[in-house]
Design a protein around this ligand. Structure first.
Ligand code: IMP
Ligand code: MG
Length: 186
């Protein structure tokens, strides 16, 4: 069994640690201002949103709760979501009448977030908005409203800072582009 090092996986760094930190600070300031006096619940979509959430929440200067949902997509390629979402773990909190901010790692086709927004909207929150670290506008299939965006990125498969390739490399401190490979991306 060979040893995999970061250079085998990453072609180049797309968003480095410094840029991530700077942008998360800015998003934290904007969200803190916008949700002043609100009953904010940050809903993190596991697993990809976890690193972003933990950094973002520490930049908030207003009281808030955090909660988690775990989902998985059926079918599709390894690097593409099918849009058929299965709830692996639901929220703990009742979000009715509360101000929900969905925290996502990346919006690609938009299918996942579209599904989640419909499902959460049915629970009648006072407000429901989306904060995504990364956005791939050129890949959009379903039109979804994004309220806070960290970075618009090109159509490349990325990993690190919570995002995985085959469930690994979420721990990388930067967002990098996956190296070459024979993987298929729709
Ligand atoms: P969508 O449903 O096509 O918008 O895909 C959203 C989900 O696909 C994200 O939450 C990620 O889990 C995954 N995904 C999409 N693009 C990437 C990528 O470039 N790297 C890692 N995961 C990705
Ligand atoms: Mg995700």
């Amino acid at each position: 069994m060979g040893v995999t090092v970061v250079h085998d996986i990453i072609d180049h760094i797309l968003v480095d640690q410094h840029a991530l930190r700077q942008r998360v600070v800015e998003l934290g300031q904007a969200i803190s201002a916008d949700y002043q006096g609100k009953d904010l619940v940050l809903v993190c979509v596991l697993k990809g949103g976890i690193v972003f959430l933990t950094d973002l929440m520490r930049q908030l200067t207003i009281p808030h709760e955090i909660d988690f949902m775990a989902i998985s997509s059926y079918g599709g390629q390894r690097t593409e979501s099918s849009g058929v979402v299965r709830i692996m773990m639901d929220l703990h909190a009742n979000i009715a009448g509360r101000d929900v901010l969905l925290v996502e790692d990346i919006v690609d086709s938009g299918r996942t977030i579209d599904y989640l927004l419909r499902m959460l909207q049915a629970r009648e929150p006072a407000s429901l908005r989306v904060c995504t670290l990364l956005n791939k506008p050129s890949r959009r299939v379903v039109d979804v409203p994004l309220d806070y965006i960290g970075f618009d990125i090109p159509d490349e498969f990325v990993l690190g800072y919570g995002l995985d390739f085959d469930e690994k490399h979420r721990n990388l401190g930067f967002v990098g582009v996956l190296r070459q490979m024979d993987h298929v991306q729709g």
